[in-house]
Design a protein around this ligand. Structure first.
Ligand SMILES: *[C@@H]1O[C@H](CO)[C@@H](O)[C@H](O)[C@H]1NC(C)=O
Ligand SMILES: *[C@@H]1O[C@H](CO)[C@@H](O)[C@H](O)[C@H]1NC(C)=O
Ligand SMILES: *[C@@H]1O[C@H](CO)[C@@H](O)[C@H](O)[C@H]1NC(C)=O
Length: 372
């Protein structure tokens, strides 16, 4: 009786111990890092599906090359940049924050707060109505932390956020869907282009400081691509088949000032929290020499209509190319999955000309991430 009860207790103890070990292993796998995504359509993985907005990618042919071959809300024929970063760091894709599936243990993988159409400024993308502007994405990040705190305790939640990787991609819409949206836009009457860029950078700085306050410690910050060379701008503003000079000027003013601001923030904090990804240069490589990357064109979107397939939206009645890997651009504004892969390769292992002060592989080594 006594032996059997002590055996029983030992067994219970072992089961309990094992259960606790398993729970700890699930909650805090030694090398798992959460991943958080903020920004616009370049990184939205489907939040806008849940909103009353015209900025959406939840019907075909979006997603035609996605594993499920379904439209998911990603502005891509297949995977987007966050998916490919998740793959590279050895984790599953983060769910959109508004997804009802983002509950329980799935929260620990991270979350994607991005929303197509938004910009640094609140008045960017007003034509898209109900979208998640940057300040709101940050509020959701706080709410997320409370939810994770309820799951693993507030210390655990804090550690999870401190150790996480963060990606923020925003700014392009402040030009194309604000300053240059219509001739004589309110912002273009208020500011000269150089002054507008300064204003954007100062507002962006506040957003990055808020991310830091909310616990982010490794943040990839992308610049804008060559805004004037996307199929939409080639079609609407291009000169003789060339890029729009005005939008190229905007990108060339904005990107170096962003890098400078990031440097200043890091030296103020005393740590390389923010990492600048030179997406203008990454894009320029294949925009200037598409054949070297296996593209037949970097000018004509795969999906769209009109010159360069650059007019209007990509829908079921648009022209659609048979081989998406041959196009640098999937739709009038967004890169194809193939182009996204080239960008993420540079994020992972690019030289300091592409990633400053260092690439993601170097960060993972510094922070003792497991190599997937
Ligand atoms: C954007 O709107 C929010 C909420 O109204 C406000 O707190 C924030 O200061 C605004 N940001 C800018 C740059 O005006
Ligand atoms: C990644 O960055 C590190 C640090 O700057 C550098 O040593 C390494 O060579 C880079 N990777 C590649 C493939 O250039
Ligand atoms: C990584 O590991 C090294 C050696 O064990 C240690 O000195 C360093 O503090 C660790 N870095 C971090 C960010 O944990």
């Amino acid at each position: 009786m006594e032996t059997s009860s002590s055996t029983f207790i030992t067994t219970i103890g072992m089961i309990l111990g094992l259960t606790i070990a398993i729970i700890i292993a699930i909650v805090q796998p030694a090398d798992a890092r959460a991943f958080f995504v903020f920004g616009d359509s370049l990184v939205d993985s489907g939040n806008n599906n849940y909103l009353a907005t015209t900025a959406r990618a939840d019907s075909p042919p979006y997603g035609i090359d996605y594993p499920t071959h379904r439209a998911t809300g990603r502005f891509s024929n297949g995977l987007n940049i966050p998916d490919l970063i998740s793959q590279s760091i050895g984790s599953e894709s983060t769910l959109p924050y508004l997804s009802p599936q983002l509950t329980g243990q799935r929260l620990l993988v991270g979350a994607n707060f991005a929303s197509a159409g938004i910009g640094i400024l609140n008045d960017t993308g007003i034509q898209f109505l109900n979208i998640i502007r940057m300040y709101r994405q940050l509020e959701y990040f706080q709410e997320y932390q409370r939810r994770v705190g309820a799951l693993i305790g507030s210390e655990g939640a804090k550690r999870l956020v401190n150790q996480a990787l963060v990606l923020i991609t925003v700014g392009g819409n402040d030009f194309v869907n604000n300053y240059y949206l219509v001739p004589y836009s309110a912002r273009s009457r208020q500011y000269s282009l150089p002054d507008y860029v300064k204003y954007l950078i100062s507002e962006y700085r506040k957003l990055l400081q808020n991310l830091y306050k909310l616990g982010a410690r490794r943040v990839l910050v992308t610049g804008t691509g060559p805004l004037g060379c996307v199929p939409a701008e080639l079609a609407m503003r291009g000169t003789n088949g060339g890029c729009s000079a005005e939008l190229q000027r905007a990108a060339s003013l904005y990107n170096p000032q962003l890098v400078q601001m990031i440097k200043e923030l890091n030296s103020k904090i005393g740590r390389d929290v923010f990492i600048a990804a030179n997406t203008e240069r990454m894009h320029n490589d294949f925009v200037n020499n598409p054949q070297a990357f296996g593209f037949t064109t970097s000018k004509i979107a795969c999906c769209g209509q009109g010159p360069y397939n650059g007019i209007g939206l990509c829908t079921q009645v648009s022209n659609l190319c048979p081989n998406r890997d041959q196009h640098a651009f999937w739709d009038p504004f967004h890169p194809s999955e193939k182009a996204n892969r080239i960008i993420v390769q540079q994020i992972m292992s690019g030289s300091p000309d592409y990633m400053s002060p260092m690439n993601l592989s170097a960060i993972m080594a510094l922070d003792n991430w497991s190599t997937p």
